[in-house]
Design a binder for this molecule. Structure first.
Ligand code: ATP
Ligand code: MG
Length: 631
């Protein structure tokens, strides 16, 4: 523990010396003249005057040592295809893509919106943008036209890259028609659309605007497009947050800090080595996909798996089959994916040879102890919780096992990652709280390299949204609520607005959810606070059972509800006991798998559920409604 503490200390006390050292992990065209410019807080500029290129660092620089090694491994259980691109082949494809973009008039600083399924061309497009200095904005392929249109309006892309269709759980999902609809709605329609035709769905093409990628590519087979050398603080991409707590924000990422932070995290947090294979089950439309499907592994000289498919098709062992087949060393997934697997036969975890796998990282939502134990024991591998946000681009809290493998504690993502000065404040007084006291989690500026530099096109919103929520202080905060124990480990209790107040007692919905989840019959649960005349608020739970047959009859539901309540009583006390436990087969989540507690709460209180453009499955909200009616 002493060596990690010292490391963390050095990063906070002498950030310039610390990050100058980490900056050696990437190649610079021109060295930076200053490590940090924080003359205009809270805006931080890292590696001032240094020029570099993300695509160069992700691909070109590896050609000398590993041109013939795999770089991108595409696995689709949707269309039954597997295709591996070596670094040399990836380089070639990215050059071709870059030539197409340039041919369509895209230049440095232009935005390119990428609305694509999980196919290699999506990765080529991202890297090609990075190569020519265009700013990509990947929009999750599952979004419908309204969400897409609002992002087009905000980013104002010169060009959009898209495809005829994606496929989800074996069903074709047409993209092009949605895109046309979105462009029609949008106030800033792009000049061109570049289309990858997968042959999955018919598409109409608009002459003069829509271009066929295969056709254009064939004209640029031998393209060699030089990298644009960007100043470190030039934007590399814009990515919109999930929208769990409201209107998505356009997170702007720089170039130099981004490259350094990711390269550093690959070794110090993810314990990876060049030549190995990394597998993140996320989607390129999310930040995990940006950082740890595309840029991180490639910067580290690793092969990365791009998986188009679900964790349960053709069966619940598919992720492990991919690990075995491609000798995956390190995996990254989300608690929500593991909860899906929990409803499957645990024997599936043992079916494949997982000897190559060293670590499984999980992030995106609180990792409850029962889920962590289930997967860790099932696989016989350490599971590493890590806490971060679209805004930060890499972990804020984790056990940086590459620095020192200090012991983990269940329920805690660990300690602050080097570079983050993490604090907990009383939300009313703004005073720092001591150990074992709940507080608002915040980070003192400057944010370390790799974190968002501003909200795209709106510096004021950046300052207002992120830096002014703790009274009397200018600290970065996104309303997460946490607690630190005597050993300095942090526990995330959920969002500050997930706190409920029952007869004067403040309870985190997460604590109640954890307790309910530890019941062997429950796979997943959402707890919300609902206004109550007598107590102020009461907790109401919506639970998904592992086996639907267990709640078929009214009497069964009653019994299970009573059991769950008893369990909460004994673990947390009667004050935390939910007033009702309803059983549903699905919970309303964002497309990135986060619970939409606010919408559930609104429905329980008879209010409008709010902006639902990012919801995964609208019928899940219907289930909440009918559960309430039939209760
Ligand atoms: P928006 O900001 O638009 O409401 P969002 O916060 O859901 O959307 P993300 O940036 O994808 O968008 O999610 C980051 C949030 O996810 C964190 O602020 C935290 O609430 C939660 N989170 C991520 N990882 C963890 C973790 N390991 N443990 C607990 N919570 C986590
Ligand atoms: Mg957020």
């Amino acid at each position: 523990m002493r060596s990690y503490r010292a490391f963390l200390d050095r990063a906070i006390r002498s950030p310039e010396a610390f990050w100058a050292e980490e900056a050696k992990l990437i190649e610079w065209q021109r060295p930076f003249s200053r490590v940090l410019d924080y003359s205009r807080p809270p805006f931080a500029r890292w590696f001032v005057d240094g020029t570099t290129n993300l695509c160069h660092n992700a691909i070109d620089r590896h050609l000398a040592a590993r041109a013939e090694q795999p770089a991108l491994i595409y696995v689709s259980t949707e269309i039954d295809v597997e295709q591996t691109f070596t670094f040399r082949q990836l380089h070639q494809e990215v050059n071709r893509f870059a030539a197409c973009l340039k041919g369509l008039g895209v230049v440095r600083g232009d935005r390119v919106l990428i609305y694509m399924p999980m196919v290699p061309e999506a990765v080529f497009a991202m890297l090609a943008c990075a190569r020519i200095g265009a700013i990509h904005s990947v929009v999750f392929g599952g979004f419908a036209s309204l969400s897409l249109a609002s992002r087009i309006d905000d980013a104002q892309p010169k060009l959009i890259v898209s495809a005829d269709a994606g496929s989800r759980a074996g069903r074709i999902v047409p993209y092009k028609a949605l895109l046309d609809e979105a462009i029609e709605r949008s106030k800033a329609p792009p000049g061109s659309v570049l289309l990858v035709d997968r042959g999955l769905a018919p598409m109409r093409r608009l002459a003069g605007r829509d271009h066929d990628y295969a056709e254009l590519r064939s004209r640029h087979l031998d393209a060699a497009v030089p990298c644009e050398w960007l100043e470190a603080s030039e934007p590399s991409y814009i990515l919109y947050t999930s929208g769990t707590t409201g209107q998505p924000k356009g997170v702007q990422r720089d170039t130099g800090g981004h490259a350094v932070a990711l390269a550093s995290s690959m070794g110090k947090i993810f314990c990876c080595n060049a030549g190995e294979t990394y597998f993140a089950t996320s989607d390129i439309g999310w930040v995990v996909g940006h950082s740890y499907i595309v840029y991180g592994p490639l910067l580290a000289g690793m092969a990365t798996v791009l998986y188009e498919g679900t964790p349960v098709r053709p069966d619940g062992a598919i992720l492990w089959r991919i690990v075995e087949r491609h000798r995956v060393s390190v995996m990254f997934s989300a608690p929500t994916a593991i909860r899906v697997l929990k409803k499957q036969d645990p024997a599936l975890l043992k079916r494949h040879d997982l000897s190559s796998l060293r670590l499984l990282f999980l992030a995106g939502e609180p990792l409850d102890e029962p889920t962590a134990r289930w997967i860790s024991e099932g696989l016989g591998k350490p599971v590493v919780d890590n806490y971060w946000q679209t805004e930060t681009g890499w972990p804020i809290l984790a056990i940086a096992r590459g620095v020192e493998a200090i012991p983990a504690k269940f329920g805690s993502p660990g300690l602050p990652c080097y570079g983050y000065s993490v604090k907990l404040y009383d939300e009313h007084t703004g005073q720092e709280v001591g150990p074992n006291t709940k507080g608002v989690l915040a980070i003192e500026g400057p944010l370390p390299p790799g974190c968002m530099t501003t909200v795209w096109g709106d510096d004021e919103r950046f300052v207002k949204t992120y830096w002014h929520s703790v009274p009397g202080r200018t600290v970065y905060s996104t309303f997460d609520w946490g607690i630190r124990d005597d050993d300095g480990y942090y526990f995330i209790l959920g969002r500050t607005d997930d706190v409920i107040n029952v007869a004067g007692h403040r309870l985190g919905t997460r604590e109640i959810e954890e307790s309910i989840c530890s019941h062997p019959g429950i796979a997943e649960v959402a707890v919300v606070g609902v206004a109550d005349q007598l107590k102020g608020q009461v907790a109401v739970a919506f639970a998904v059972v592992r086996d639907a047959r267990a709640v078929e009859l009214p009497q069964q539901r009653k019994n299970l509800e009573a059991e769950v309540m008893k369990q909460v009583d004994s673990q947390l006390g009667a004050v935390a006991r939910p007033a009702r436990v309803h059983f549903v087969t699905a919970l309303p989540k964002t497309r990135s798998g986060k619970l939409l507690r606010r919408s559930v709460q609104a429905i329980c209180e008879g209010r409008d559920p709010g902006d639902l453009t990012t919801i995964e499955d609208p019928t899940a909200l219907e289930q909440i409604r009918s559960a309430l009616v039939s209760a």
